[in-house]
Design a protein around this ligand. Structure first.
Ligand code: GLP
Length: 243
């Protein structure tokens, strides 16, 4: 069935605990390698994680001066200055609070004139930076990672995807109404994510229980994108729920 032996499962009792453990892994990474290449995620799950990271920065435990970062994904067709864009999310939750040079953080450009070219360029720039040392991930209720919806090939690199209706509904909370949620996104592919040297996946709450249980059961299938992570040689899953 699976390569479960290589996965580290950490069950937590609260969202705060999850955020603290995840952030401590990143803090350790930066303390060991100040010029790490980090992979960042957005959504509700990592908000507490970023708060902890900012706290560690303010306490002088880490610096972002030498860090390079790449975000997983961005919507197609909304301005990067929009309050709902992932670029805005990252500025508000992390970048404006730490000493990261503006040229050192990267998000895929969902407004590129040639989106195909932008996909190729994004994977190339990750490669040119030496690859991602440590990648943070959340998980969608349907098992999507970044914006890789069920059915996307495991071999996918950065690509343009149509968002599942359930994903649009989930993310409608960041927009005025459902109609405003873009129908497409630009996202690192499953293979681009698998290329990271280490991966930390966080998931907390009753809504995520089914997805985590399915992941734990271990059947690897493209219908459940996160399942490919079980093949990664350095995956930590930090999870829990209120119940
Ligand atoms: N593209 C993001 C994913 O990267 C994220 O993991 C997922 C779960 O989000 P949340 O943490 O808000 O549940 O939502 C979005 O679709």
């Amino acid at each position: 069935m699976i390569e479960q032996e290589t996965v580290k499962w950490i069950k937590v009792g609260s969202y705060e605990e999850m955020s603290k453990i995840a952030s401590s892994i990143f803090v350790k990474q930066l303390q060991n390698k100040s010029n790490s290449v980090l992979g960042f995620a957005t959504g509700g799950s990592p908000v507490g994680f970023y708060k902890e990271i900012v706290k560690s920065y303010q306490e002088g435990k880490i610096s972002f001066e030498e860090v390079t970062s790449f975000n997983l994904d961005e919507y197609v067709g909304i301005p990067s200055s929009s309050p709902a864009s992932y670029a805005t999310y990252m500025i508000e939750n992390l970048f404006q609070h730490v000493d990261v040079p503006k040229e050192s953080y990267h998000l895929p450009n969902g407004n590129a004139i040639n989106l195909e070219e932008e996909c190729l360029r994004y994977d190339k720039s990750i490669e040119a930076a030496g690859g991602i040392d440590l990648q943070l991930l959340g998980i969608g209720v349907n098992g999507h990672i970044a914006f890789n919806e069920p059915g996307i090939p495991f071999t996918s690199l950065t690509n343009i995807v149509d968002l599942a209706e359930s994903t649009r509904i989930e993310n409608a909370r960041y927009f005025e109404n459902l109609e405003d949620v873009p129908t497409q996104a630009i996202t690192m592919g499953i293979q681009s994510i698998m290329n990271a040297k280490k991966i930390v996946l966080i998931a907390f709450g009753d809504k995520k229980v089914a997805a985590i249980e399915r992941l734990y059961r271990g059947t690897i299938t493209e219908d459940f994108p996160a399942s490919q992570l079980l093949k990664h040689s350095n995956l930590t899953v930090i999870y829990g729920s209120e119940g």
